[in-house]
Design a protein around this ligand. Structure first.
Ligand SMILES: [Zn+2]
Length: 118
């Protein structure tokens, strides 16, 4: 990939992460919207046909690492599950919730690129 191609991908959503909408920082990642499912040890991927420019989204490292080999819908479901994990495993979260510092909602997870499409 050329520097110019990377710059164009970065500008796809006005230099913001396609998912959370944070401004892209140095070292931002290129996400495959439809995953290519890498096998890092073998250096191969299951879906090389998805490694095309049209399938690239700019993403902050945090979103890209969490999305991993997931589709957009799988990623959305994973984020919704974070609340369950916090309630199960984080005493700090549970205490913050008890004291009203955290309020859970049933809002749907919407990605930055979806909000821009509206
Ligand atoms: Zn992000």
């Amino acid at each position: 990939m050329t520097k110019k191609q990377r710059e164009e991908i970065g500008l796809k959503y006005n230099s913001r992460c396609a998912y959370c909408g944070d401004e892209l920082q140095h070292g931002w990642h290129i996400d495959h919207i439809e995953p290519i499912i890498r096998n890092w040890t073998k250096g191969t991927c299951q879906k090389p046909e998805n490694d095309i420019v049209e399938n690239y989204n700019p993403a902050c490292p945090s979103c890209n690492i969490q999305k991993n080999n997931f589709t957009v819908e799988q990623f959305r479901a994973k984020i919704k599950q974070f609340i369950n994990s916090l309630n199960l495993y984080s005493n700090q979260y549970k205490i913050a919730k008890k004291y009203g510092l955290v309020i859970e909602t049933e809002i749907e997870v919407k990605f930055h690129f979806e909000l821009l499409e509206k």
